[in-house]
Design a protein around this ligand. Structure first.
Ligand SMILES: NC(=O)c1ccc[n+]([C@@H]2O[C@H](COP(=O)([O-])OP(=O)(O)OC[C@H]3O[C@@H](n4cnc5c(N)ncnc54)[C@H](OP(=O)(O)O)[C@@H]3O)[C@@H](O)[C@H]2O)c1
Length: 292
């Protein structure tokens, strides 16, 4: 049963996934939806009240969580997620937050991929807090094709990436947000659940075929060495600890592979009652960006 006075705070609201969560919930009559940002002055286009929240400035956390009932936690591409999430969860307990939805990452409980594991430490910390929770574990975002860590992945019909012929499990960020929104609307229904969100398994050669069909011009995949990835993301200002883990995972994917990295799940449809967006839908939506 939805509480008619429930207040929802969306962190990461200016980013890829958070912005879509907000778009799904904006205007919901039963919810008071707020966004969080380090720069509320630059987030005026979000269409909801924006509160100041900088995980690294702990004095901003208590005011941001004041009166919040349901909290969507998203952290950036950094090992600081561990410290940041701890501060946030500790304050959420004190502020009386009733439900946390956490955006984590890929992998089964026994994953040995380091940054997936960091997200699982955060999951466990949330579970131990006593606050009701729902963990979202998205696989690879289709949005990475729009650019990742300063890398222009798709240029003039060539898709350059760093995982050899590995087949990955993908999901559209819009669909991750749909699941988050469904949980935030009706948290009791989803309490204690972990949702694995990967809806389509494809190699980059197969992704290139989708681009060719949808855009109507030839696309091809060029497998590049993972070392090149690390060089580019670090020079673009990527956080070294996180990006080193991504690099290590790319080395494994290009070689012996990572067990389960192509696994897909039906949690999206079970939660939303809809079919997920396909890769073709994603490419079509961004056709202007990919055309050449
Ligand atoms: N890309 C993938 O394939 C993939 C797969 C699985 C999981 N993930 C996970 O997805 C998450 C990233 O999601 P995304 O791509 O939507 O992120 P994003 O577009 O990079 O946005 C990051 C958001 O975090 C906020 N943020 C960053 N540092 C902050 C701080 N110190 N205090 C408060 N807010 C802060 C930013 O808000 P402001 O700048 O407005 O403050 C921004 O809205 C990561 O946790 C990653 O591990 C990604």
């Amino acid at each position: 049963m939805t509480n008619s006075t429930s207040s929802v705070l969306i962190t990461g609201a200016t980013g890829q996934v958070g912005r879509e969560v907000l778009a799904s919930l904006r205007g919901e009559p039963d919810l008071t939806v707020m966004a969080a940002s380090r720069n509320p002055d630059h987030a005026g286009d979000l269409g909801v009240p924006v509160v100041l929240l900088d995980y690294d400035k702990t004095t901003t956390i208590a005011p941001a969580l004041d009166g919040v009932d349901r909290l969507f936690i998203l952290t950036g591409y950094t090992v600081d997620m561990l410290r940041q999430s701890k501060s946030l969860v500790d304050q959420a307990v004190k502020s009386g937050v009733s439900h946390i939805v956490h955006l984590g990452a890929c992998g089964a409980d026994d994953t040995d991929v380091a940054h997936y594991g960091w997200h699982q430490f955060v999951e466990r910390y949330i579970a131990a807090s006593g606050i009701a929770y729902t963990h979202l574990r998205p696989e690879i975002f289709m949005q990475n094709l729009l650019g990742y860590g300063g890398i222009d992945v798709v240029q003039n019909g060539v898709i350059r990436y760093y995982v050899g012929n590995a087949r990955w499990s993908w999901i559209d960020g819009v669909d991750i947000a749909q699941v988050a929104a469904a949980v935030l609307r009706d948290p009791a229904e989803h309490a204690g659940k972990t949702y694995r969100l990967g809806t389509e398994a494809k190699t980059y050669d197969e992704v290139a075929d989708v681009f060719t069909q949808v855009i109507g011009r030839p696309f091809r995949y060029e497998a590049r060495p993972p070392s090149e990835f690390l060089e580019i993301v670090l020079s673009a200002g990527g956080e070294p600890a996180y990006m080193d883990c991504v690099y290590q995972s790319f080395e494994r994917l290009s070689g012996q592979g990572i067990p389960g990295s192509d696994e897909i799940f039906n949690d999206f449809t079970r939660v939303t009652g809809r079919s997920p967006h396909t890769f073709a839908d994603f490419v079509q939506r961004h056709a202007e960006r990919f055309a050449y």
